[in-house]
Ligand binder design. Sequence first.
Ligand SMILES: [Zn+2]
Length: 113
Amino acid sequence: MKDPQYTSTSVVMLKELLAVLILIIIHTPTCYIHPALYILILLYAVNYFRVHKKAHIFPEWATLQCRWHIEHHLGNQDKNFNIVFPLFDYIFRTREKMSDAQLKIALRTRKWF
Ligand SMILES: [Zn+2]
C-alpha cells in the first residue's frame, strides 16, 4: 500500500521538493512586506512537504491524520485538494467525504497513488 514514488531519492519526491522550493523563492518579496507572514508561509510549506511525504509512505497514519488526502486519491480527484488541513476545501466547497464503509472498500481494492 505504500507509495514507492515517495522515497527520498525518487524523481516524484525531488520534483515536489523543487516545486516547494520554487514557491518559497517566489514568496520571498513577502519577507520585506510582512516578515511574520513569510515565516508562516515557510512553515506551512515545510509542513506541507512533511505531511504529504509521510501520508504516501505511511497510509495507515494518513487514514487517521489526513483522511481527506486519502479520499482525494481514492475517490473523486477533483475534490479534497488540501493536504495539511481541509480549510480551503470547505471554503471552496471541494470537500467530499467518503463514508467509513466506502473508505474501507477503497483502501482494500484500489491503490491510492
Ligand atoms: Zn498525495
